[in-house]
Design a binder for this molecule. Structure first.
Ligand code: PGA
Length: 257
């Protein structure tokens, strides 16, 4: 199967930035610039502006999502947010297992796995992140780390369910550092992830799941990353905060670089 059968996804992750007013200003500037592009556009926004951003994005190219959720359906869990609440507020997807959640909040693969299952049960598309630390790369452990993260975070998830997910490879050393993996390094790891998915769930699953690259993606490096065979999209943090730079990234096909 050729890779063009997978959707291309340009995803933004605002992290803990933007209040409601700032978010709506962004959408009013950004949404008109992506009406005609062929890629899908995802935007993971803070919980507090999810509902108003989702309402404003109705009828546009932008699918709005969240950056985290509880692994429980509901209950006495102070401060947590359920997947059904996100869905109700207009979310279509949820980022799970982002390296900032893994490293600052101690999220384990087992915990992420229960969130993935919960998201699927709640009708949200999981966007699962995996990626190695710099020490792991330097010690030649990258493939082992990715294999463990994928197999444990996706434990007991069926091939049919994985087909409906999105997976992002984000080397931790490239996130927010300005250091991007080279297109070749990124392609090598994407290919490894796709092969691992094929070995575990079969070729049809591996060929249909979109794999995004994340880590210091900018207007000046997006195009060469997107030219790699196994890179189906990007997950953008810092450069998704400005409507101008995120619009350039989403319109990467018309960039000169
Ligand atoms: P960055 O973040 O683009 O700022 O490196 C990427 C991410 O955390 O998803």
């Amino acid at each position: 199967m050729d890779e063009t059968s997978r959707p291309t996804i340009i995803a933004g992750n605002w992290k803990m930035y933007k209040n409601v007013g700032e978010a709506l200003t962004f959408i009013s500037e950004f949404a008109p610039t992506v009406f005609t592009i062929s890629s899908e556009v995802y935007l993971a926004v803070p919980f507090t502006c999810l509902q108003s951003v989702a309402a404003m994005c109705k009828g546009t190219k932008v699918t709005v999502g969240a950056q985290n959720m509880s692994d429980s359906m509901e209950g006495a869990f102070t401060g947590e947010i359920a997947g059904t609440m996100l869905k109700d507020a207009g979310a279509g997807f949820v980022i799970l297992g982002h390296s900032e959640r893994r490293h600052y909040f101690g999220e384990t693969n087992a915990f992420i796995n229960s969130k993935v299952k919960r998201a699927i049960a709640d009708g949200l598309q999981p966007l699962l992140c995996v990626g190695e630390l710099i020490e792991e790369r330097e010690n030649g452990m990258t493939e082992k780390v990715l294999e463990t993260q994928l197999s444990e975070s996706l434990k007991s998830i069926t091939g049919e369910e994985i087909k409906k997910m999105v997976i992002a490879y984000e080397p931790v050393w490239a996130i927010g550092t300005g250091v991007t993996a080279t297109p070749e390094q990124a392609q090598e790891m994407h290919h490894f992830c796709r092969r691992f998915i094929a070995k575990t769930w079969g070729d049809a699953v591996a060929e249909s799941v979109p794999l995004l690259y994340g880590g210091s993606v900018k207007p000046d490096n997006v195009k060469t990353l997107m030219q790699q065979a196994d890179i189906d999209g990007v997950l953008v943090g810092g450069a998704s905060l400005s409507s101008e730079s995120f619009s350039k990234i989403a319109n990467y096909q018309s960039l000169r670089v």
